[in-house]
Design a protein around this ligand. Structure first.
Ligand SMILES: *Cc1c(COP(=O)(O)O)cnc(C)c1O
Length: 464
């Protein structure tokens, strides 16, 4: 299978190159040239498979022989063996035909583990085969760096350097990153804010001459195709558990960069009968404004209590637009230039076709806190702020009560103790057993100035 860029300016690429490259050289995002589809019978035959076996079925056609079936099975098995729930992604019922898909049983208690555990093992395999090593470099505002670190932890061909703003991430977040053991893991606490960290990473990617011969930087950010691909699996998983393919299913997804919900869109196109996909946003609501009133104009970022959804522009939205515009790379190049300049407007036909499947909703801090509190009081079930926004959106947008509505629970409540306590929960929510000693574990990180020479020298000196 070949992959093409949403901007139309790159010759079709093979799977392994796409995984290693991340962003396409023309600035676009990679998508499969043709999407694999599964028949009803085939989907029905997967009922009862384990999570890892289902993942293998769904991922195989995308890899299309680039990796042997035996190796791919090993990669998938390793990726989901560190999840702390026997079901990997359990469903919890919270109302009539209303479900929560818990995606937070991975090593860092957030759904990003589903993609990053897989991507780490996949990259390591590809690199070993090619006799190559890379340096993964990234910046985090706190909540996503740990998933990348955990994903690369056992990778022999990867050194990972994650920058976070010194003294500007919460203690839980910092400890989740700095207590991971591994001689290929480096946490840099950089003076400055998140933007400074991100600019440092960008500058390093654009001039990599500080690296020793033969090394290059690799990104594991949310536009990497392999991350999207791995996320398709849990839509099928939930659908099968709730009666698909004989029954339709709807999903509500707490959305930031549009990677997670885009995977749901792909699951639908591949044959899963999906009735509704609800884009749940917080006060950074550009996607809600776009879908509900064709207003895709950028506004200043607002810090919310659901920080993993704080975005100005959602990078993976480009992948959906590519389909909505009949895969016209030139049209997407123009639209993306408009979006970057601050205002993009969709054609009537593109918007109409998006609205056939997608609805959207905005839920600010107050609505979110109220949702955490009311569900906890009614049933004793404690949600994290992102999940609460998803559930609020699910209830507001669902078109009928016959189709099961699944809200994706993207993080464990213990990751966001401040929001949970503001919602009226009397104490810090308890960490799961495997994390209970987080505050006793030894931390390892290096504090550096916001100085390009110093950061790059540190990296060059510590590469294995
Ligand atoms: C990353 C993240 C999201 C947003 O996911 P996208 O794929 O960027 O839309 C939502 N909730 C949590 C907890 C996250 O970490």
């Amino acid at each position: 299978m070949k992959y093409i860029s949403t901007r139309g300016g790159v010759a079709p690429q093979n799977f392994e190159d796409v995984v290693l490259t991340g962003l396409a050289p023309d600035g676009g995002l990679f998508v499969p040239e043709t999407l694999p589809t599964f028949s009803r019978e085939e989907i029905a035959s997967w009922a009862g498979l384990s999570y890892a076996d289902l993942a293998l079925k769904i991922i195989t056609p995308f890899v299309d022989g680039a990796i042997s079936q035996t190796d791919l099975k090993q990669i998938v098995d390793k990726s989901y063996s560190d999840f702390r729930h026997g079901a990997v992604a359990p469903l919890i019922q919270t109302g009539h035909n209303e479900w929560i898909l818990e995606l937070f049983h991975g090593p860092t208690l957030a759904f990003k583990d589903f993609a990053l555990q897989f991507l780490g093992h996949l990259l390591d395999h590809i690199l070993a085969k090619r006799g190559q090593k890379v340096v993964v470099m990234g910046a985090t505002s706190g909540d996503t760096g740990s998933a990348a670190i955990e994903g690369c932890r056992r990778c022999e061909n990867i050194d990972i350097f994650i920058l976070h703003p010194y003294q500007r991430v919460s203690e839980v977040q910092r400890r989740q990153m700095t207590t991971v053991k591994g001689d290929n893991i480096y946490n840099i606490a950089m003076h400055g804010n998140f933007d400074d960290c991100q600019n440092m990473v960008k500058a390093s990617f654009s001039d990599q001459s500080f690296l020793p011969e033969g090394r290059q930087l690799a990104a594991v950010n949310s536009i990497n195709w392999a991350r999207i691909m791995a996320q398709i699996v849990y839509y099928f998983w939930a659908g099968l558990a709730l009666g698909a393919p004989d029954r339709k299913v709807s999903f509500s997804v707490p959305t930031g960069n549009f990677g997670d919900i885009f995977a749901g869109y792909l699951a639908h196109k591949m044959g899963l009968p999906v009735e509704q996909l609800v884009i749940a946003t917080n006060q950074n609501d550009i996607l809600h404004r776009c879908i509900s009133s064709n207003d895709h104009s950028t506004r200043p970022l607002e810090q919310s209590l659901a920080p993993s959804m704080d975005i100005m522009i959602s990078s993976n939205f480009e992948r959906l637009l590519f389909d909505l515009y009949d895969r016209d790379g030139a049209a997407i190049t123009g639209l993306m230039a408009d979006a970057k300049a601050g205002h993009m407007q969709l054609s009537d036909s593109a918007l109409a076709s998006a609205r056939k499947l997608f609805s959207s909703y905005r839920c600010g801090n107050d609505g979110m806190l109220q949702m955490i509190s009311s569900v906890y009081q009614d049933s004793g079930y404690l949600m994290d702020p992102h999940t609460a926004i998803g559930l609020e959106a699910a209830r507001a947008c669902r078109s009928n009560s016959v189709t099961p509505m699944v809200t994706l629970a993207t993080a464990h409540p213990a990751k966001f103790p401040d929001a949970v306590k503001q919602a009226g929960y009397p104490q810090d929510p308890e960490l799961p057993a495997h994390m209970a000693d987080l505050f006793e574990r030894e931390e390892r990180y290096t504090v550096l100035e916001n100085d390009q020479a110093a950061v790059q020298q540190f990296i060059a000196q510590h590469i294995n």
